[in-house]
Structure formats: structure tokens, C-alpha cells
Design a protein around this ligand. Structure first.
Ligand SMILES: [Mg+2]
Length: 164
């Protein structure tokens, strides 16, 4: 696996609503591991828009099993998961940790049936690709970000995206 292969998403979409659920289902994917900040809600925003809550209800109704996997901390992630009524893994330490694998175990699924969805190449995509998940990059919501993301990760992403 080359450097770019570990960074490269298997699929790219502009928003959660654009995720082609039927295409994923046809691939045998029914477990979806979601990043929280700038994927589902703006960074550290406690409010979840009604349409996002409705979309999660819709995908659950359609037979998908979502879970949050976030590097953010307990109370924040637990609160969001509660509002979405889905399980969660917090302090996931993406890309290094085993958060995605723990989430799959929590859901009772298998890696081959699971997609990782997130807005960052260096955490979500690298973390998902290193453990051989199907990875989906979502365009980041525009908001303030964690200082390291703004000053380091986004700059590196800008360079990497030229090669993807
Ligand atoms: Mg994020």
C-alpha cells in the first residue's frame, strides 16, 4: 500500500444526504461509522439540525446501522449520539486508534460490511483505510476547527488532494 493509497477515499460526496445508500447496500455494506465534527455538525456545535436527525432515522429505517466514531470527548459525543439515538465511540484517537474496529464490534458487524464516513483525509480516511474499511470522504462543513486541523491537517490535505 503506497502513501497515497492510505489517504485516498474510496468515494467522495458533498454531504451526508448524497451518500448513495442503495449502491452501498449492493456492495453488502450496512454498517456506517460516522465522524462527528464537520461531518454531521459544525465543530463543537451542540445543536444537530432537524434534517440530520431525520436522515439518521431514515437510514436506520432503511436497514443501516450507524455509529459515531469521534476523536472528541465523552460528554460532547455522548450528547450527539443521544440526540441521534445511535451508539458511539469517543476519544477514538483516529487515525492511530482501534476506534473503528471497536465500533464494528459494538454493532456486531463485520469490517467488510462497514463504511467509514468523515471529512478529514488524515484522520478519517487514513484511519479507515489502514484497517481496510470502505471509506467515504464528505466535504467538511464550514466552521471553526480544532487548531491542529486548521494549521496542519487542512494544509497537508490541500497538497495531497492534488495527487488523489
Ligand atoms: Mg471531522
Amino acid at each position: 500500500m503506497g502513501l497515497l493509497d492510505i489517504v485516498r477515499p474510496k468515494m467522495q460526496v458533498n454531504s451526508l444526504m448524497e451518500i448513495p445508500l442503495e449502491e452501498l447496500r449492493a456492495q453488502g455494506i450496512c454498517y456506517l461509522l460516522f465522524d462527528l465534527d464537520n461531518t454531521i455538525v459544525p465543530y463543537n456545535d451542540p445543536n444537530i439540525p432537524d434534517e440530520i436527525i431525520a436522515w439518521f432515522q431514515q437510514i436506520k429505517g432503511a436497514g443501516f446501522f450507524p455509529c459515531l466514531v469521534s476523536n472528541n470527548h465523552g460528554p460532547r459525543v455522548e450528547d450527539a449520539a443521544g440526540k441521534l439515538d445511535i451508539p458511539f465511540i469517543c476519544d477514538a484517537k483516529k487515525p492511530w486508534g482501534d476506534g473503528f474496529l471497536r465500533a464494528v464490534a459494538l454493532l456486531g458487524g463485520r469490517k467488510e460490511q462497514t463504511a467509514v464516513v468523515g471529512d478529514q483525509l488524515l484522520t478519517d480516511m487514513v484511519g479507515g483505510n489502514k484497517d481496510c474499511f470502505f471509506t467515504i470522504l464528505v466535504a467538511p462543513m464550514k466552521s471553526k476547527e480544532y487548531w491542529f486541523t486548521t494549521h496542519f491537517s487542512r494544509r497537508v490535505e490541500k497538497i495531497l488532494k492534488k495527487f488523489l
